[in-house]
Write a new protein. Structure first.
Length: 319
């Protein structure tokens, strides 16, 4: 069997640990045989604190990492504390055998980056931590929009549930789509999710403390359903288009056109989440004109189609 070792640390997230055991534990051959052996270890066997009101008992020490074909490092609440990586964890990871696959779930990627395993590689982590991750580890190529990455045997995933996507990807890589699809069915999750993290991220543009373009922006938001020109925006502030554009960029950190496009996306997403309006009507009310135009912009911004976005985030399920 393919041997999977899961290294847990104080402050681990029980859900992440459960995901790994559930996905790999369900994988079976056509003859019904288990395809993976999954074992959990820690640097000092015994009771391990979780981020909940209960602890877990772990009987294996880090020596089992040397026997593993795949090593997985789930997140811990310690990942949010800079410089908190214990030397024992660093030593344990150094014992992983050459050629073993290494993966992290959520902010477990900070551990892989701290020990240099992600240098020069593409990686991701939870979208809330991507800016800090990028600043802390400039040698890593951070992709904040995807659910998981797989770069030359080192894998990372985004938020907690993206660990499911990552584990299914590894099962698919090891034993094919048929096995991974059966695991997905047994877990009652899709074998593959459309889009990446981008669809889950709210990106409100900051509001400046002092503004000379506020009236124009308020007027634009009231008129998103129709074309809005730069000349009209400048007229609301009684200034030239050149002066307005300069002030707007200074205050908002983006151009008027880019700001408008972002606001139209936010309006369309709100309508898709909160109403049953046909996509054509959503596109019209958000100022895209046609469903095709909305589809292109939403795919570029969030990585999914309007229909997929609505299916994922509709507040009240449609009938």
């Amino acid at each position: 069997m393919h041997r999977v070792s899961v290294l847990v640390r104080d402050g681990c997230l029980p859900m992440e640990l459960g995901i790994v055991h559930r996905i790999f534990g369900q994988a079976r051959s056509a003859a019904g045989e288990r395809l993976y052996e999954v074992r959990t270890c820690t640097t000092s066997p015994g009771e391990v604190r979780t981020d909940t009101d209960f602890a877990i008992r772990v009987d294996h020490g880090p020596e089992i990492l040397a026997e593993a074909d795949t090593v997985i490092v789930p997140a811990s609440d310690l990942d949010y504390v800079p410089g908190s990586l214990q030397e024992e964890v660093r030593t344990a990871l150094a014992g992983i055998r050459q050629g073993a696959r290494i993966a992290s779930v959520c902010t477990g990627s900070f551990v892989l980056a701290e020990v240099g395993l992600l240098d020069g590689r593409r990686a991701t982590t939870h979208w809330r931590s991507c800016d800090r991750f990028r600043a802390q580890y400039p040698a890593v190529h951070v992709d904040p929009d995807v659910l998981y990455t797989d770069d030359r045997g080192v894998l990372t995933s985004a938020g907690v549930a993206a660990g499911i996507d990552l584990c299914l990807h590894m099962v698919r890589s090891d034993f094919g789509s048929a096995v991974a699809n059966e695991v997905a069915r047994g877990t009652v999750v899709p074998p593959h999710r459309d889009g990446g993290q981008a669809q889950y991220v709210r990106r409100p543009l900051p509001e400046p403390a002092v503004s000379s373009t506020g009236r124009a922006r308020t007027w634009a938001l009231e008129n998103l359903h129709r074309p809005v020109s730069l000349r009209e925006l400048a007229a609301r502030e009684s200034t030239s288009t050149r002066t307005f554009t300069r002030r707007f960029r200074e205050e908002m950190g983006t151009s008027p056109g880019q700001w408008l496009a972002r606001q139209r996306i936010e309006r369309a997403c709100a309508l898709l989440e909160e109403t049953d309006l046909p996509v054509d009507d959503v596109a019209e009310r958000a100022g895209f004109g046609t469903a095709g135009s909305l589809r292109l912009h939403l795919q570029a911004e969030r990585g999914v189609s309007p229909t997929t976005y609505r299916r994922t985030f509709r507040t009240t399920p449609t009938t």
